[in-house]
Every structure is written in C-alpha cells, then in structure tokens.
Ligand binder design. Structure first.
Ligand code: VAH
Length: 312
C-alpha cells in the first residue's frame, strides 16, 4: 500500500489522484487530520491521521504496512509566522515520527517536501545553487532546512530511502493552497474570473520561483520512480519551473481577460518573507541525476489555470 499523510492539502490532493491513477485506488491510503476533501475520502481507502499522535500513526502503519509513504502535512510560511512554535512542532516532530515508523516498518521509500523557503536573505538570489549559504528567517524555512538534515541523517544512519524536492510556489486549481506566501499566484486566478480584478499582497516587482502543479506532481513521481543510485542528493533537490512577478502574471492574464485590473496593497507580512527568498533557482542537479524537465511556461500555466477554473 502507498500511504499519503496530508492528503487533503494542496499537494496531497493531487498526489493521491495521481498515485491512485498509477497504482489503483485501493492501493493508495489517503490520510489527514481534517475530513475535508470529499473526493479524496470517497475515491479510495481513507484514515484519520495526526502526525503528532504516535499511537495513531503506528496504528495506520500496522494496519496498512505501507511500502511507500508521502508526508505532506505541514504548516506553511505565512501561517507559520503566526504560530511559530506550532509550525516547528508539527513540521519537525511530524517528520521524525514518520521517519522512525519508516525504520520500524521497513518502508521502501519515503517522500517529504522541502521548499525554496530553505534559502534566506544571504543566499544568492538568482540561479540559487543546490549548495550555498542558507539562512532562512521563517520558522517554516528553517524547519524545512532542519528537516532536510534529518532526511539525509536517516538515509545515512538507518538506510531509509527518503527523497525530497525543494518545491517552488505551487499553482493549482483542484485544492486551495495552505497559507503560504506564494498563494497570491493562485488567488489571482479565482478573483480574475470572479471580479476581473485582484489586489496583490506582494509588490509588482516581487519575482519568485513558481511551478504549475502538474509539473510538480510529475517531478515527484519521477524522483520516486528513479533507481536509488540515481538519487545522489538525500537532503532535498532544487527544482525550477517558472519565475515571474505579480506584474508579469497580471500581463499574461490580461491576454485572456483584457480588462483585468491588478492593484497592490503595501505592508503585508508576506512581502518580508518573499523578499528573503530567491528569484530564480538552479535545478541542474535534478536534471542531471533523474532527468527533470519542466513542461509549463508562464503562458501555458495561465491558460491551464483559467480554462480549468472556469470549467470546474
Ligand atoms: C509557501 N507555498 O508559500 C509555500 C512554499 C515556496 C513557497 O513553500 O509557504
């Protein structure tokens, strides 16, 4: 069985759908702490999961004997700054609980998402390399950095085949984003279709690394399918898709909705977070080690978001 923890989140929802399509619905156990995600709950096996409850997790591992585990449960950057201790506890203890269970139940492969949030103000802003100064100043960012260290540690000390990707901001339409700094790039599409206007909490020139969810899911499955000897980085892989500013995104949306109006509000705490992150990412190691290639550029992503949202 394949176990997905955090199945009702922005990534988890699409991972479950992709994994059920690939392995068959009955082989993929979805689990989450909240009972949202009707489609996920009712299209295959579902469990209540609390990553901070070791007995609950042990019961799920005992019952399903997973050969693969995807741990998506986390508190993201913006919410993490409002609840710093909760974010550290959930992101760190949740990961350690799952890594320990992966050892106990001899799980074949584990996936855990990191983020470009592991880079900080003194990391290079352009073509941020796989290895460089990393001084993240959000709880989310340094919990992901510490998590990468733990993943590499469990691989080296306990032989857990854990694999990880430093996701950029992810843009999708099937499930809402979970309280991050890049969420503006999702909300803008909903507002553009509803009111033909959007007020961005990030300034016009704030460039950030982003990716359409279909590319992110494909990268995840490609990494998880790669032979172990090709996965040479056991902390987490840089991954790049598209980098753009709110202004550039607005201009692309105007090609489909000519009278779309984009405005900006100052003083949002998420601006400070965004300013600490890279603008573009160098993902040459993912390309070399397991053949990564993105398929969505800005025009194709915008078209896909507008068409799918308009028809959903
Ligand atoms: C966030 N969407 O904004 C997440 C992601 C790179 C951004 O980690 O917190």
């Amino acid at each position: 069985k394949i176990l997905v923890i955090g199945a009702n989140g922005q990534i988890g929802t699409e991972l479950v759908l992709a994994l059920r399509k690939k392995y068959g619905a009955e082989q993929v156990v979805a689990s989450d702490i909240n009972n949202a995600g009707y489609a996920i709950r009712h299209s295959g096996p579902y469990e209540f999961a609390n990553v901070l409850d070791q007995d609950n997790l042990h019961h799920i591992f005992q019952k399903h004997q997973p050969t693969q585990v995807y741990l998506l449960a986390a508190i993201l950057s913006a919410v993490g700054e409002q609840k710093p201790k909760m974010a550290w506890e959930l992101n760190m203890t949740g990961l350690l609980n799952v890594l320990d269970l992966a050892v106990e139940f001899n799980v074949g492969r584990v996936f855990w998402p990191s983020s470009i949030a592991v880079f900080g103000p003194n990391s290079p802003k352009e073509s941020t390399p796989q290895y460089c100064v990393m001084d993240p100043n959000t709880v989310y960012g340094f919990s992901k950095l510490a998590g990468e260290r733990w993943c590499e540690y469990y691989f080296n000390k306990h032989g857990v085949d854990v694999r990880s990707i430093r996701y950029p901001g992810l843009i999708s339409w099937k499930a809402a984003p979970g309280g991050g700094t890049t969420d503006y790039a999702v909300h803008i599409f909903h507002e553009a279709l509803k009111t033909k206007s959007y007020s961005s909490f990030l300034s016009a020139q704030t460039a950030l690394p982003m990716m359409y969810m279909d590319d992110a899911i494909r990268a995840t499955l490609t990494l998880m399918d790669a032979p172990a000897e090709q996965v040479k980085i056991r902390s987490s892989y840089n991954l790049a898709g598209i980098s753009f500013t709110p202004e550039q995104l607005g201009e692309e949306i105007k090609k489909h909705i000519p009278n779309f109006e984009l405005s900006y509000v100052d003083g949002d705490p998420r601006q400070t977070i965004a300013d600490s992150w890279p603008k573009t990412i160098d993902d040459s190691r993912a390309q070399q080690d397991w053949g990564w290639q993105p398929e969505y550029d800005l025009p194709r992503m915008v078209e896909a978001m507008l068409i799918n949202l308009a028809n959903s």
